[in-house]
Design a protein around this ligand. Structure first.
Ligand code: NAP
Length: 231
């Protein structure tokens, strides 16, 4: 019995390790076939988590796109699309964002203690607001998600979230897609920031799959003994 969900990190990056460029426009780091693969991974999960920065910057929908996959979930007694989860210290989130507006599914906002009341006032009618501590403690968040029935969690960024999940040893799998171009601008965000990552040179991650998908490549790493399973 585990006290947290199986945690799968998913990220697309440029050859030089950037997850976006420095403009306000979202940079696409994948192709249609890979977006469909990501859709299948989403459909296999109980919840999808992104940081508040990604909600503000990218305004993602975080839905299962394929009608067949949504129907398959419903046939199994699940919601058509996974629960959406975000984390914020500022509560600077637009209740009209696609994260909140789309999908008949629970939206969970783990916010820092000092802004809980404000978050309840501004977001309480579109989401469940949860006091996550100050700063929000991701270990506690994963334990709370487990208690809410989330067995499989997909983390779709951004770098601040990936950094914390990795550094805290809370990630079981990494699916990294490398796009065939450079960004070449150090103002752009990277996959991770500095951190005490458990998978350093002395204890490397285990590469379990490489797959060419058109002009991108998928690298799949096992980060824990739980890799591949739910347990
Ligand atoms: N290529 C990809 O696969 C991919 C995927 C997703 C995102 N991205 C890119 O990544 C960039 C965004 O990344 P990011 O690192 O800036 O943002 P992020 O990781 O999405 O979110 C960071 C924000 O989350 C909140 N947060 C994180 N940990 C917290 C904690 N422990 N306690 C309280 N709040 C916490 C804070 O929100 P507040 O500021 O509200 O306090 C923080 O500013 C964008 O450019 C986006 O396009 C790329």
């Amino acid at each position: 019995m585990n006290d947290r969900p199986y945690v799968l990190l998913s990220c697309g990056m440029s050859i030089d390790g950037y997850v976006d460029d420095a403009t306000a426009e979202r940079l696409l780091l994948s192709n249609d076939a890979d977006f469909d693969r990501v859709d299948a991974v989403r459909a296999s999960c109980d919840a999808i988590l992104v940081g508040a920065g990604t909600v503000r910057q990218d305004n993602p929908r975080l839905l299962v796109r394929s009608a067949e996959r949504r129907q398959a979930r419903v046939a199994l007694g699940r919601r058509p699309t996974p629960v959406k989860v975000t984390v914020t210290g500022s509560c600077d989130l637009d209740p009209g964002a696609a994260f909140f507006a789309l999908g008949e599914v629970d939206k969970l906002v783990y916010c820092a203690s000092p802004v809980v009341r404000r978050a309840q006032a501004t977001l309480g009618f579109v989401a469940t607001v949860i006091d996550g501590g100050d700063p929000v403690d991701l270990r506690w968040v994963t334990a709370d998600l487990s208690e809410r029935g989330i067995d499989r969690l997909m983390v779709e960024g951004g770098g601040t979230m990936h950094t914390q999940f990795l550094a805290a040893g809370l990630a079981d799998e990494l699916q990294l897609v490398v796009a065939p171009f450079f960004v070449g601008d150090s103002r752009a965000p990277r996959f991770v920031r500095d951190g005490p990552f458990p998978c350093g040179p002395q204890r490397p991650a285990r590469l379990v799959e490489t797959r060419q998908i058109g002009d991108v490549v998928l690298l799949r790493y096992a980060l824990s003994d739980r890799f591949g399973g739910m347990g």
